[in-house]
Design a protein around this ligand. Sequence first.
Ligand SMILES: [Cu+2]
Length: 179
Amino acid sequence: MKNKLSFITLLCALLFSSAVFAQKSEEIKVWGNCGMCKKVIETAALKAGAATASWSEETKMLSVSYKPKKTDAKAIQEAVAASGYDTQDVTAPTEVYNKLHGCCQYERKAPSAEAKDGAKKKNVAAWKTVTTRWIAAKTENVKKTRLAARMENVRRARNAVRNNQSQMGPIPKSGPSFQ
Ligand SMILES: [Cu+2]
């Protein structure tokens, strides 16, 4: 009887601890301003599958707990960002941020070095494309101009020959006779 009881106690303890360990907790930095932000951020996290979500206006940290089977930190951050709030790893779409209430338009997180690098590469690529196109257009123009000049020369030469012919009269069929 005693053995059976301790076995059940052990089983309960195991089940309880696995239930506890099955829940993961995480602290995620989320940019925001006020109580309104807090509500939106927490709602987004809960909708993304978090069991609990609490955002602090002072520390800007979002404490979440979730079952790893149900969701993960990435999905929670994506949901929060989709509602207009930058998180440590995900940046909110600008058009959603712009629609936030005036008092909620927090000072946005500085773009990461990675994003900056990406933007730089994009700029360089765009610049290269523009330059390549410009050079191609220039080359094409030069070709066209040269061709036009050549055509003009041919036209002038042909006209000159025609004018000479008309001044000299028709070329005789038989050559001049020398007596
Ligand atoms: Cu707010």
